[in-house]
Design a protein around this ligand. Structure first.
Ligand SMILES: [Zn+2]
Length: 176
């Protein structure tokens, strides 16, 4: 089964004024929504991850506080929320670390849905996207990276992460 994985397209990352917003992050949103519509048309599963931190999460020693559980900044961005509203095959994974597998229901979810191929988009290319793709590849799940649907605040890290995912982890790049 093929699934779409949308990584952390949350208000604190992609909305102007969000706690960890970076210039250009919003550009992934229309691409992500387009892929959401495609997967909906085929009635395929769509998994969205949300960074979801307690107020005193140790990660805030590295990053300013962001995506605190229950806050508006932790919500999916509005266009994505709307696109997914009422879709029965939308699944949510809340995570407190870069990898969407650490301390989450992701393994169970992929198993239940019999997912063996994942299309990945979202932010940030070299952080949560990369560390989640590594985990997918460890599990022999085929990965397609939607290259115009991922973004980073650092162009060099962005390029390196795409190379790592393609050349080292064996993910396949794809665009619209
Ligand atoms: Zn975080």
């Amino acid at each position: 089964m093929r699934a779409l994985l949308v990584v952390d397209v949350q208000r604190d990352f992609v909305d102007r004024g969000g706690r960890l917003y970076f210039e250009g992050a919003e550009k992934v949103v229309p691409v992500v929504v387009d892929w959401v519509e495609r997967f909906k048309r085929e009635n395929l599963p769509i998994i969205t991850t949300q960074d979801w931190h307690s107020v005193d999460d140790p990660e805030f020693k590295i990053w300013p506080p962001h995506c605190v559980e229950g806050t508006s900044g932790a919500r999916l961005t509005e266009e994505l929320e709307k696109a997914l509203a009422g879709y029965e095959k939308h699944f949510v994974v809340k995570k407190s670390r870069y990898s969407a597998f650490y301390n989450t229901n992701m393994d169970e979810l992929l198993r239940e849905l019999s997912v063996d191929e994942v299309y990945v988009c979202g932010v940030v290319t070299h952080i949560c996207v990369l560390f989640t793709v590594e985990e997918l590849r460890n599990r022999d799940v085929a990965v397609k990276i939607i290259t115009d649907g991922v973004a980073s605040y650092d162009e060099e890290f962005h390029r390196v992460a795409l190379r790592l995912m393609e050349e080292v982890l064996g993910a396949k790049p794809i665009t619209r």
